[in-house]
Design a protein around this ligand. Structure first.
Ligand code: TZD
Ligand code: CA
Length: 540
């Protein structure tokens, strides 16, 4: 006989899944029993870590990732991380254990009440199969639903006695199934877009995370060069869709209505790929677009297309559209924009501080890290200086929490590193943010995942101090986080650590970390800095 459990593992293999991120409980033990030797279980000590780790892994591989959580309490702990995954269209399958059907009517301990409702609205789809025989159908459906555009998290609650049940032999057919989305633009719509782009006097591109997700950064470069158009990065972006040292690169747009519109002034056509229009943060009165500008967006997510307050939108395969446009748009002959000046190396000016600034830290990191290093950022107040100073040239070089939910950075860095063994992952983490998922250090140590954690220790919730000024509110409590010794915490979880309070010590620590195949934490005391007035910090 074939058990539901056996067929499930075969289905997972067939979808390229051999990693499980989780934190187990009694309801999950039957699924995990006799764990297949070709699978790897990554134990996280908190469910927020399991979900964010899987999120990083799914984003970096482009394939669905499986998370195994414990009933309602485990799912609840993972939901902050699900908010980010939902916004970043991460294909996650969350499998939560349910109490046994034998007692379902009497609500024993660890029952997940209304299991399918709990994770909504942060999942695309959720189900608890009506019978054990429906479980393989539900697993199959969950895997396809997570991957189909717009990809995103899905949730499945399975009573623990179902795993040993016998499958309906007809479920074998599920293994063969291929489900593909083939939606692309029809020729007529494409003609309209080509015409609009080629007739525009001064077009500009705005790129979002989904361009990097569909591996289309090179196509965006081709299109920008043909048009001679500047390229901005969408506000609050979760990935880097364009090489930051390309002459067309203009940086991330500020996340306020008026500032964003001002940055795009003078353009008659704004073309957005793979981003909502727009993910604002701080409220600023103003018009959505500059005078005389039209906007058209190409996105995979119908919700993003429908809810935009302005402009036209096409829902389709962002990569296919970029590919067609890069090929069909005629070269305009317009010269490329003047490259942004490289910011002055802080080492070359007298800074007069006795503590490191983010500029100094990023200059050192950029100098020492490999050119294809991957950065995971969760240091909100220094995000704009990061974009200015770190060269992000390669596909998949940058990750940031797409809903602004902290606790993403440290575990996501682990997931990205597991998915990208030939590259080094450097996590830039604020001393506030680090605490939401600090137990990721333990997982890094146990599985020897060689992430470099740079903790920017300004002893404060710096971004909130800035936001308090934006909102003109005073005397707000709870904005400082003094008294945390990250070197001691790292050692406690089994991760090698160093305190780096000078340029030389930071350089030395970075070299040590990069020469090793083990994780390392570097605690860097930094100045409390305010983000620039244009507010391109991205989360609060
Ligand atoms: N809780 C969660 C889960 N997500 C959040 N975004 C916040 C609280 C609010 N928040 C921000 O948006 S930024 C921030 C908080 C608390 C401060 C982060 O402090 P940090 O970085 O030390 O990590 P900076 O550079 O000092 O701001
Ligand atoms: Ca801080």
């Amino acid at each position: 006989m074939t058990s539901v459990r056996d067929l499930t593992y075969r289905l997972l293999r067939r979808h390229g899944i051999t990693a499980v991120f989780g934190n187990p409980g009694s309801n999950e033990l039957p699924f995990l029993s006799e764990f297949p030797s070709d699978f790897r279980y990554y134990l996280a000590l908190h469910e927020g870590v399991a979900v964010a780790m899987a999120d990083g892994y799914a984003q970096a591989t482009g394939r669905p990732a499986l998370i195994n959580l414990h009933s309602a309490a485990g799912t609840g702990n993972g939901m902050g991380a699900l908010a980010n995954a939902f916004n970043s269209h991460s294909p996650l399958v969350v499998l939560a254990g349910q109490q046994t059907r034998a007692m379902s009517g009497i609500e024993p301990l660890l029952t997940n009440l209304d299991a399918t409702v709990l994770p909504r609205p942060l999942v695309k789809w959720s189900q608890e199969p009506a019978t054990a025989r429906d479980v393989p159908l539900a697993i199959n459906r969950a895997l396809h639903m997570a991957s189909l555009p717009p990809s995103g998290p899905v949730f499945l609650s399975v009573p623990y006695d179902d795993w040993a049940a016998e499958v309906d032999p007809r479920s074998e057919g599920l293994i063969e199934r291929q489900v593909r989305s083939v939606a692309s633009l029809d020729a007529a719509s494409l003609d309209v877009l080509v015409k609009r782009l080629s007739e525009a006097e001064n077009p500009v591109l705005v790129l979002g995370a989904d361009v990097d997700a569909c591996k289309a950064n090179g196509l965006a470069v081709q299109l920008a060069e043909k048009l001679g158009a500047p390229v901005w990065i969408a506000p609050s972006v979760g990935r880097c869709p364009f090489p930051t040292s390309h002459p067309c690169f203009r940086g991330p747009l500020a996340a306020g209505i008026a500032s964003l519109s001002a940055a795009l002034a003078g353009h008659d056509l704004i073309v957005v790929f793979g981003a909502p229009v727009f993910r604002y943060h701080q409220y600023e009165e103003g018009n959505f677009l500059p005078d005389n500008a039209k906007l058209v967006a190409i996105v995979a997510d119908p919700q993003e297309a429908a809810r935009a307050p302005i402009g036209d939108a096409y829902v389709g395969d962002v990569r296919a559209v970029l590919e067609a446009l890069a090929e069909q748009v005629p070269r305009t002959g317009r010269p490329l924009p003047t490259p942004l000046p490289r910011p002055m190396r802080v080492a070359e000016v007298s800074d007069g501080h006795d503590m490191l600034t983010s500029e100094i830290v990023f200059d050192i990191v950029d100098e020492i890290a490999p050119a294809d290093a991957i950065y995971v950022n969760e240091a909100p107040s220094v995000t704009s200086s990061l974009w200015e100073r770190l060269r992000l040239e390669h596909q998949g070089s940058y990750y940031f929490a797409s809903a602004g939910g902290l606790g993403f950075g440290m575990p996501a860095a682990l997931g990205v590193q597991i998915a990208s063994p030939s590259r080094r992952v450097i996590a830039i983490i604020g001393d506030g943010s680090a605490n939401y998922s600090i137990t990721a250090l333990w997982t890094a140590a146990q599985y020897q995942i060689p992430v470099v954690f740079l903790i920017m220790k300004n002893r404060s919730y710096g971004a909130l101090r800035w936001f308090a000024k934006v909102l003109k509110v005073d005397n707000v409590p709870g904005l400082d986080v003094p008294g945390i010794d990250f070197v001691a915490l790292a050692k406690g979880y089994g991760v090698h650590a160093a305190h780096a309070d000078t340029r030389d010590r930071l350089k030395q620590a970075m070299l040590t970390a990069l020469a090793s195949n083990a994780p390392m934490l570097i605690e860097v005391p930094t100045m409390l800095e305010a983000p620039p007035a244009n507010g391109s910090t991205t989360s609060t």
